[in-house]
Design a protein around this ligand. Structure first.
Ligand code: GDD
Ligand code: MN
Length: 359
């Protein structure tokens, strides 16, 4: 096999029914060029990796990286880029929503001197028939938030379809977030001095399988931006964890007052509110903060049990630290209580992050 000039990196999760057609589309669009397809699959239960290996037996420009420990779109793309041989990297989805016909135009734009070239669903001439109304609205919000933050005027800063040089991408990876899926956004964030060119394309409707990204798209983006604003001091997951905790406390008070209104005594109402808020926090964190490592079925309940245990220890740590601070500070209630809370949240985050979600 000749050394490929173009590496198409495709992250996959449950795309067994799409991968052969993705290859065919690429073969047609890139005919006459030296290219390779690098699929990074996270051990999809539907056997995507087997489908890719079957493809690799027919075509020597296909490679399959099957990850069994890791999960997540962004880190899958990073792995693919690190394994790629081509001078040019193209990142695209493996669900036929990105049309390979755009790639030759992307290559032309790179050749013309642009450093990053992206496919835009929203640029004049593009179309987004693949997006539902709800997704479209979410995207609008995401675009506004991202552009404001980046100081750009990109029509599609959250696209998952783009091309750049391997050099530029490799150099950026150490600074990039491996969590979430905002790969393009993150790449632009770390390369704001380079020239970026957007090209319109028609975002296709998904034919097989289902989208893995939905409402938490926006949540993760907000957490990611908050993390960048803190200059990376606060990791996005911690921000998400605290955010969920804040929403949980609104929940807590609602239930507390409601149950007292219904005639329950204070301690009982507080106990009910505490338990409900804890279940709420765990469930929502499982979906939002740890969407990549979401626990399901029996492991979900085991996780909940462990979480309750960790939270109880957190409360003890919280109250004892607060008490020490209270005595040291000669009765400064607010600072003492805050100290206790901060210890509590950090404890709960660090320990459940490791023990429950294996991060
Ligand atoms: N390896 C791996 N691991 N691949 C994943 C994972 C994961 O955890 N989650 C999703 N993928 C793959 C999918 O199999 C697909 O090939 C691609 O990443 C995009 O995932 P979709 O679930 O189809 O995303 P989407 O179509 O809803 O989202 C599109 O729009 C987003 C912005 O709104 C994509 O283009 C995203 O890249 C883009 O950020
Ligand atoms: Mn998709």
């Amino acid at each position: 096999m000749t050394v490929p000039q173009i590496s198409v990196v495709v992250p996959t999760y449950n795309e067994a029914g799409n991968i052969a057609m993705t290859y065919d589309g690429l073969a047609q669009a890139l005919a006459g060029r030296a290219w390779e397809l690098v699929v990074v699959d996270d051990d999809s239960p539907d056997g995507t990796a087997d489908a890719v290996r079957a493809l690799a037996r027919q075509h020597d420009n296909v490679r399959c990286i099957q990850r069994v420990q890791e999960r997540g779109l962004a880190s899958a793309v990073h792995w693919g880029v690190q394994a790629a041989h081509g001078e040019v990297i193209v990142v695209m989805d493996g669900d036929l929503q990105h049309e390979p016909a755009l790639i030759p135009k992307m290559l032309e734009a790179l050749q013309a001197g642009h450093d990053i070239v992206s496919g835009s669903r929203f640029l004049e001439g593009g179309a987004e028939k693949g997006l539902s109304q709800r997704r479209r609205r979410l995207s609008d919000w995401g675009n506004r938030l991202t552009n404001r933050f980046l100081g750009t005027t990109l029509s599609d800063p959250l696209t998952g379809f783009f091309a750049t040089s391997r050099r530029l991408f490799l150099d950026s990876i150490p600074q990039m977030q491996a969590d979430g899926f905002k790969v393009f956004f993150d790449l632009v964030y770390h390369n704001r001095h380079v020239t970026i060119r957007e090209l319109p394309f028609e975002f296709q409707r998904r034919q097989h399988g289902e989208s893995k990204l939905d409402l938490y798209v926006l949540w993760l983006l907000a957490c990611d931006i908050a993390s960048k604003l803190s200059r990376g001091m606060l990791p996005p997951r911690l921000i998400s964890f605290v955010g969920v905790g804040l929403i949980g406390s609104i929940f807590h008070f609602t239930i507390l007052y409601a149950s007292m209104d219904l005639g329950a005594v204070f301690w009982l109402s507080q106990a009910i509110a505490t338990v409900v808020a804890m279940v709420f926090n765990f469930t929502i964190n499982n979906v939002l903060t740890y969407s990549d490592d979401r626990l399901r079925g029996a492991t979900f309940y085991k996780g909940l049990l462990l979480y309750s245990l960790i939270a109880s220890i957190g409360i003890v740590a919280n109250v004892s630290t607060a008490q020490i601070a209270y005595l040291q500070l000669h009765g400064h209630t607010f600072i003492a209580a805050t100290t206790g809370l901060v210890i509590d949240v950090i404890w709960r985050f660090v320990v459940s992050n490791r023990l429950i979600w294996g991060r």
